[in-house]
Design a protein around this ligand. Structure first.
Ligand code: FAD
Length: 319
């Protein structure tokens, strides 16, 4: 399975996170089925830095792989890992048939400094990109694959070459030491073998479009997929700003502030994200990647409002 961004009309993809309980697992599986029915290029699954979600991430990736026709994409972080542990982890994912990765550094625990020993042996995601590539090359050329819909059955198949995506930061990384550092980092990730970049959340299409322009001038050639997050409540806005270090988007903040009901705030967030999606696609984005927050209704509504998803598919997918 490979990540294909070339098929019209507008390719789209989703990010979900692993379930936290048995009850949420059942609901998430249903959400995954709804998202898959819309025809995304891939569904990515986050990974807790330091391995906090390891097994649950892999279980969910296995579910996507065996129960849907969509390619799963595994986030992997290197923070806190020894070289040997990182190799073993990558091998475990490859052995489960996962062939698409988002290689990330991950963030150290809050309040800690980056030069502390828990950062581990790999200091940047570029090193993780190289390691994934190396482990894949060392693996046996054949693997056992599950046969969807036939419990317990497996077939031997040739291992697919891995696709490795990386993170990009249209407004810079909050810890960057100089304004170009995030573009230099993206160049290093490309040189290490990354084939796709997915951006951090941003709130204005110009942030993305000017970043792509600056990246291209600097020599970045890989597709840069805009990461779009529907902000459907004031509390979500606060949380996202805290985590991403992005500046408060005044227009969106005011629109959420004046909207008295949760339903109204939800509609504000959907409309804002749909406008953003429409603008970046009009500006040449190779597709849109939606942060789904494990809820299919909101992201499918964004795609419908942005005219990315046909109304027929939307009707079938959102029952
Ligand atoms: P690197 O490639 O190693 O760093 C590159 C950039 O970060 C450079 O621009 C550099 O300027 C800057 N930078 C990083 N650290 C420093 C530093 N100490 N000092 C100065 N500059 C620094 N995290 C998770 O834990 N799990 C996930 O599943 C996850 N998914 C993500 C998905 C996307 C699309 C994005 C954009 C981020 C995700 N993150 C996730 C967060 C990510 O791990 C952090 O943003 C992390 O700080 C940087 O990751 P990186 O892979 O870009 O790091």
């Amino acid at each position: 399975m490979t990540i294909d961004l070339s098929t019209p009309p507008v390719p789209f993809s989703f990010e979900v996170y692993p379930p936290k309980s048995e009850a949420s697992t059942v609901a998430l599986h249903e959400t995954i089925r709804e998202l898959a029915a819309a025809g995304p290029r891939f569904i990515s699954v986050t990974y807790g830095a330091g391995g906090s979600t390891g097994g649950r991430s892999l279980d969910l990736l296995r579910f996507i792989r065996s129960e849907t026709a969509v390619s799963p994409l595994a986030h992997l972080t290197c923070v806190g890992n020894t070289y040997g542990a990182a190799k073993a982890l990558i091998r475990e994912f490859l052995d489960a048939g996962i062939t698409s990765f988002l290689a990330l550094r991950g963030d150290p625990p809050a309040g800690s400094e980056d030069d502390e020993s828990f950062l581990g042996d790999l200091r940047s995601s570029a090193e993780l990109v190289q390691l994934i590539d190396r482990v894949q090359a060392e693996c046996a050329p054949y693997t056992e694959a599950v046969i969807p819909g036939v419990p317990g059955a497996a077939r031997v198949e040739r291992r697919a070459k891995v696709d490795i995506a990386v993170a990009a930061f249209p407004n810079g990384h909050p810890r960057s030491r100089h304004p170009r550092e995030h573009i230099d980092a993206l160049l290093a990730k490309q040189a290490a073998g990354a084939t796709l970049a997915i951006t951090q959340v941003f709130f204005h299409s110009d942030d993305y479009l000017s970043f792509v322009g600056r990246s291209r001038e600097a020599g970045v050639r890989i597709p840069i997929l805009p990461g779009i997050m529907p902000i459907t409540s004031r509390s979500r806005l606060c949380r996202v700003l805290e985590l991403s270090g992005e500046e408060l988007p005044a227009e969106l903040a005011i629109a959420l502030e004046v909207e008295p009901t949760p339903e109204g705030q939800h509609d504000v967030g959907v409309a804002y994200a749909a406008d953003l999606a429409r603008e970046v696609v009009a500006g040449g984005a190779p597709g849109v990647h939606l942060y789904a927050f494990n809820d299919h209704r909101t992201v499918l509504a964004v795609l419908r409002d942005a005219d990315v998803l046909s109304h027929t598919i939307q009707k079938e997918a959102v029952r």
